[in-house]
Design a binder for this molecule. Structure first.
Ligand code: SAM
Length: 362
């Protein structure tokens, strides 16, 4: 239970919509005690720890409980808390600008960040994207036996983790954002998931996870925002046993340029200069070519590696072809999936907005 050292605290909030979840075990959580302390107390009364964990999840889902994670990276803590040291730290480690910007987004646009919430304006689009990944991962997902251990690196609000948990996997979610982790806990609890761990940590430093201890790992839309994506991939591969799979997706260079004229020279240079003056903490993104990904995977020890283009519609050059309302309707969503498949197998594949990659650990 990696989140054992996370501290619990009641909030004054709470939503009537979740009243049905209200649990009597949850009432016994004491402010300031850790998850491990609460679970031990409930177990000493003869109740299973799973019930205690369930109760915490339900209290979070009801908006009655806050969680304060112990950090595994002092740098992340500074970036997330946005203290006076954050900017100088970000200048040294530019990928921390992303952590800082993402925290700011949580304050300004929580409804966009917490897109698993059905009220989010991008809920259906984000679910559509997961369906793309799900279809690309078809064989790997169907091969996961119940109880398989899956690492979700940069798990966000739990888009993949909730689906994996529904398939019976035990998921360890790692993310740089405690706000995202708390949202993920809520969504996992709402999906009745039980076996999961949530860790506030840096994707490049997973030393708290034992070598070969996972059956699979995912890092969806994460490595392109890191300082050292190669290191993060090596870390994910290290955690997975030989024969297990590692899947990830990143931004694709050519597709990004095709979709966004401001990423092409000379506009990109102008934009970089203006940004430096105005918004220091603009998202810091790395774009990849297929060749770079292949080399990165071979170097990390992956074999039977395959790369597919995706997001031609959701974020790519055909973005105008569909909107949130189209993603909401199953009939039109089916047609958009068909269009994605067509593009993936056409010469336009080179303009994929993202690359999806998966390989087996040697
Ligand atoms: C675009 S979101 C993708 C989230 C999730 N994988 C999904 O597909 O919905 C990127 C995620 O990476 C996380 N992240 C960014 N930098 C990170 C780092 N250095 N270590 C761990 N997570 C990081 C962010 O907090 C965010 O949740």
């Amino acid at each position: 239970m990696l989140m054992g050292d996370a501290k619990l605290k009641h909030t004054s909030g709470g939503s009537a919509a979740h009243e049905v979840h209200h649990s009597r075990i949850g009432d016994r959580i004491r402010d300031g005690e850790t998850v491990a302390e609460f679970c031990a107390r409930i177990e000493s009364e003869g109740l299973p720890m799973a019930d205690a964990l369930d109760a915490i999840g339900l209290e979070i889902a009801a908006g009655r409980l806050d969680v304060e994670w112990a950090t595994r990276s002092e740098e992340l803590k500074i970036a997330v808390e946005n203290g006076p040291d954050a900017k100088s730290l970000c200048k040294k480690s530019p990928h921390l600008w992303n952590v800082l910007a993402y925290e700011r987004e949580w304050k300004t646009y929580p409804e966009y960040n917490d897109f698993l919430d059905k009220k989010s304006p991008v809920h259906n689009k984000k679910k559509f994207e997961w369906e793309i990944y799900e279809s690309l991962l078809g064989g790997e997902l169907s091969g996961l036996a119940p109880g398989s251990r899956v690492l979700d690196v940069g798990a966000g609000v739990g888009r993949a983790a909730v689906e994996l948990a529904k398939r019976g996997a035990e998921v360890t979610l790692v993310d740089a954002s405690p706000r995202a982790l708390k949202a993920a806990w809520r969504h996992l609890a709402e999906a009745d998931a039980r076996d999961f761990d949530l860790v506030w940590a840096d994707a490049e430093r997973l030393d708290f996870i034992e070598t070969d201890s996972m059956d699979a790992a995912l890092a969806i839309e994460v490595f392109c925002y890191l300082g050292d994506p190669e290191k993060a991939l090596r870390e994910a591969v290290r955690c997975v046993r030989p024969g297990g799979w590692v899947a990830f997706s990143v931004e694709a260079r050519r597709g990004a340029m095709a979709a966004d004229p401001y990423l092409r020279p000379p506009a990109n240079r102008l934009r970089a200069r203006v940004n430096k003056l105005l918004i220091e903490d603009e998202i810091y993104v790395k774009y990849f070519s297929r060749r770079e990904l292949k080399a990165m995977a071979a170097d990390a020890g992956l074999e039977s590696f395959r790369i597919e283009g995706c997001h031609f519609v959701a974020d790519g050059i055909f973005n105008w072809a569909a909107g949130e309302r189209d993603y909401a309707r199953s009939g039109s969503r089916k047609r958009i999936h068909g269009f994605e498949r067509f593009l993936r197998n056409s010469p336009l594949a080179q303009f994929a907005r993202a690359w999806f990659a998966v390989g087996r650990v040697r």
